[in-house]
Structure formats: C-alpha cells, structure tokens
Design a protein around this ligand. Structure first.
Ligand SMILES: N[C@@H](CCC(=O)N[C@@H](CS)C(=O)NCC(=O)O)C(=O)O
Length: 285
C-alpha cells in the first residue's frame, strides 16, 4: 500500500463517509479522466464532505454515466454530477456552495458551467475520440483483453462520431473547432485574470499580501477558490475551475498546448490542486 492509499484509508475510516463516489477507474490517489468526476469530487471537498471512491461502470450507473454515488444508508444510487450536488445540498449533507452569490453571480455561474459542460466538453470529446483515438481507447478500455478492446473501441468510436454529428460539433472543421476552443480558454483566462487583479487590489488596501487571496476565495472551511464571480466570499462556480483543474488529466495534446499558453489558468489550477487535492498526484503539463 502506498502512502497515498494509506492516507485515503485513514481519512475514510476516521470520517466514516456517508457516500461512495463511483469514478469509472480505480486510480487511487489520482484524478480520473472524467472531468465530471473531478467536478463532483471538488464540490464534495469544497463542502468538506467525506467520501470513499470505487470503480463502478456506466453499465451499472443509474443514468448510464459516471460519476454516480451510493449512500451508506443503502438508498438508491444517484447519477449526474450536478444533480448529485443538488441532492446532497437538499439533504443538508453539503452546504450550498453558491449561497453567497446574488442573482447575477448565479447567472454567471450557470453560464460558465454551460460553456464548459455543454460546449467545451464536445470539443474535447472530438479531440480525444477523433484525433487521439488509440490513446482514448486504450485508456478507457484498459481492463479489456486486446481483441475485445478493438471491437468495443470501434463501436464506441462509431457512437461518439454519431453523437458529435448530431450535436453539431462533428460538422465543424478542425480549424473551426480549434478557434472555438481557444475562444473559451481566453474567456476563462479573462475571468481568472480579472479575479486575481481584483484580489490584488483589495490586498493592497489591507494587510494581506498581494495575490494570496483571489476574488471569490476565502480561507474558511469548505469554501472554494473559484472564478471570483461571487461577492468576495465562498465558492463561485459549479464546475468552471474544476474543469480547468480536472481537464488537465484528459486534455488532448492540442488542448494542452492551448492551456499552456495561459499561465494564470495554470496558476489557478495549481491552487485548487494544492488546497483541495493535496493527497492526489500532482499533474504538470
Ligand atoms: N451530465 C453528466 C455527464 C457525465 C458524463 O458525460 N460522463 C461520461 C464520462 S466524462 C460517461 O460516463 N460516459 C460514458 C458513456 O456515455 O457511456 C454529469 O454531470 O455527471
């Protein structure tokens, strides 16, 4: 057992976690390749809710996708990262992570999440499944014997291409997709830069050292360091920064090159990683 495994075990034993998060892969001590899983884990950590991880599979998932969760009380399992967070909040297990946002902040939060989940996600899917097919196949289906992997891989590829065509991304050229993707990362970079600059300006007017606390980031328990869409406190984004953090693990080479061009995004992702995932292997581009 590695030190990380031992840390996980200890954390789980002492806090007797009320829920299990099924992540699709074992990968103890690491982020998995699903940004939705990373998003969910981040929300749980922002809210200081202990959990254990397990592999699971889309085949046994309530909505056919990972992540999904099960409660130790034996209730029905729940799927969909956003709906899981909502349900946990309604049950009083997780604080409302957006509690301090006003209407405008919530609207921005929703807009950023939609941009990442309903737009960038498809560009990344296109990059992974059409431009880096073998890497994707061999990671996703690593547990299968090679001949089966070839067949299932081809079926998955066909399904993904059909999905991308139906959704619309599959009808763009590679250049068009590259420009849309860049536009999104530029927007994230602008939000983060504005957030950091506001925090620095605030810090100049107080005894805090510049750059220590970003807009939207506070030191309190369970509060996140996010895009700063909120009013100077609490977590301010559903999965925006988590995507920045989480997608580092499944970015295709072109996306990695794009993100590498934005030091503020990298710095931000490092902060999330160091603060909330110190027990996970650190990723570098
Ligand atoms: N809206 C879902 C999306 C989850 C999702 O797309 N999961 C992917 C992995 S990133 C999946 O399980 N794909 C397997 C499949 O579609 O068969 C959420 O927020 O949880």
């Amino acid at each position: 057992m590695t030190t990380k495994d031992a840390m996980d075990d200890t954390r789980e034993r002492h806090q007797s976690p009320p829920l299990t998060v099924y992540r699709g892969w074992k990968d103890t001590g690491k982020h998995v390749w699903s940004p939705f899983v990373v998003k969910l884990e981040a929300c749980l950590r922002f809210g200081n809710l202990a959990y254990r991880t397990a592999v699971g599979s889309p085949k046994t998932a309530p909505r056919g996708k990972i992540p999904y969760v099960e409660f130790s009380s034996g209730e029905e399992s729940l799927g969909d990262s956003g709906l899981i967070v909502k349900a946990l909040t309604e049950r009083g297990l997780l604080p409302d992570l957006n509690a301090q946002l006003d209407g405008e902040g919530r609207a921005k939060d929703l807009a950023v999440r939609a941009m990442m989940e309903d737009r960038l996600c498809f560009y990344h899917g296109w990059e992974r499944w059409t431009q880096n097919y073998y890497t994707m196949r061999d990671h996703i289906f690593a547990a299968m014997p090679y001949p089966l992997r070839v067949v299932i891989g081809l079926l998955a590829h066909r399904g993904m291409v059909a999905t991308l065509h139906g959704q619309g991304t599959g009808r763009y050229t590679a250049e068009e997709i590259a420009s849309f993707r860049l536009e999104i990362w530029e927007s994230i970079n602008s939000l983060l830069t504005a957030s950091r600059d506001k925090a620095r300006a605030r810090a100049r007017g107080s005894s805090r050292s510049p750059g220590v606390v970003w807009e939207g980031e506070v030191g309190g328990k369970g509060e996140g360091a996010f895009l700063g869409l909120g009013r100077g406190g609490a977590y301010a984004g559903g999965c925006d920064g988590v995507w920045v953090c989480g997608q580092r693990f499944d970015l295709g080479p072109d996306s990695q090159a794009v993100v590498k061009g934005f030091p503020v995004i990298l710095e931000y992702a490092d902060r999330i990683q160091d603060r909330y995932f110190p027990d996970y292997e650190k990723w570098t581009l």
